[in-house]
Design a protein around this ligand. Structure first.
Ligand SMILES: Nc1ncnc2c1ncn2[C@@H]1O[C@H](COP(=O)(O)OP(=O)(O)OP(=O)(O)O)[C@@H](O)[C@H]1O
Length: 296
């Protein structure tokens, strides 16, 4: 199939008729998606709906069963330096002495895999670039610290700097806020948003709690039961849209600027709990908070 994108109309990401199956298990099918440069997309869906698998497809490590995927007008390929990746918080060997700035250097070197080690002017240019990346994510203060000594939030800053080292056109984030406390969630989410605004990088952000990134989201891709719905948050995160997508009753509430998505079967339990406390709790793709709710 020819590249369907004229150069002047390049989307950071385009999917057409994309299907992914593992054996007879179809994760999603006929997925069409356009992500313009600089757009922030939240990828939502229940456990096992195929969110991480979608990122694997875009990293070129998992072939589509059918359909096509392009990044900046070129077919997806493994090792594409125009694609950056921020993983979930990963366990670090407590004995490792690898310094934070060396992790970022790996992002830079991965970009030039197979090239000779840098000397002289290029080495100095690399050092300056790493300094700038560390500063841009607010990590200069711990640039020389072993990563095993960093807090979860500090480590995610370093991961973001590493992912940005190759100036990606598309940044894939796989639940990068998981296991971070609320303050660090806010900081890392804001940091990713700031970077994409500055560099016009498109972001595909897989999360179980859309509320952590809701202020930044231009488009939601919601995966469920092999189908999908994509569009602005106000169109996708509604009772009507999600009931149609899940083909089962789903209620969406907005309260205090937060979105709560609840399968109707769980509504009784949710009402009961929210009378008792104002704490957030997990049901599916949802955060439950106290206070007045508005159904949308
Ligand atoms: N390589 C594989 N071979 C076979 N099945 C797989 C493979 N990778 C993932 N799966 C299955 O595909 C389904 C989707 O997995 P995936 O990790 O993409 O879902 P997810 O939406 O990211 O889930 P979660 O929210 O739990 O992280 C799961 O049932 C998983 O067990």
């Amino acid at each position: 199939m020819a590249d369907p994108q004229a150069p002047e109309d390049r989307q950071a990401l385009r999917l057409r008729g994309a299907c992914l199956s593992y054996g007879s298990h179809a994760l999603w099918h006929d997925l069409d998606l356009d992500v313009p440069q600089g757009q922030f997309v939240a990828v939502l869906g229940s456990n096992g709906s195929g969110k991480t698998s979608l990122l694997r497809v875009l990293l070129g490590t998992q072939p589509l069963t059918a359909g096509r995927a392009w990044v900046m007008g070129r077919p997806v390929s493994r090792g594409d330096t125009r694609v950056g990746y921020v993983p979930q918080r990963v366990a670090i060997d407590s004995a490792t002495m690898v310094k934070a700035r060396d992790v970022v250097r790996m992002g830079l070197d991965g970009h030039r895999w197979g090239m000779p080690v840098a000397f002289g002017a290029r080495r100095r240019a690399d050092a300056a670039r790493i300094d700038a990346l560390m500063a841009s994510v607010g990590a200069s203060a711990f640039a020389q610290a072993p990563v095993s000594m960093l807090s979860g939030g500090e480590l995610q800053r370093v991961r973001v700097a590493e992912a940005l080292a190759s100036d990606p056109a598309l940044l894939l984030c796989d639940e990068p806020l998981a296991a971070l406390d609320m303050r660090h969630q806010r900081e890392v989410a804001a940091l990713i948003d700031e970077q994409r605004r500055r560099t016009n990088t498109a972001v595909l952000f897989v999360t179980h709690d859309v509320n952590a990134v809701l202020p930044y989201v231009d488009q939601v891709l919601y995966l469920a039961g092999g189908r999908f719905r994509a569009g602005p948050p106000d169109e996708v995160l509604t009772s009507e849209a999600l009931t149609e997508l899940y083909q089962a009753p789903v209620e969406v509430f907005r309260t205090q600027g937060r979105v709560i998505v609840v399968p109707s079967t769980e509504l009784h339990a949710v009402h009961h709990q929210s009378h008792d406390d104002h704490a957030a709790t997990e049901v599916d793709q949802r955060v439950v908070a106290g206070g007045r709710r508005r159904r949308t």
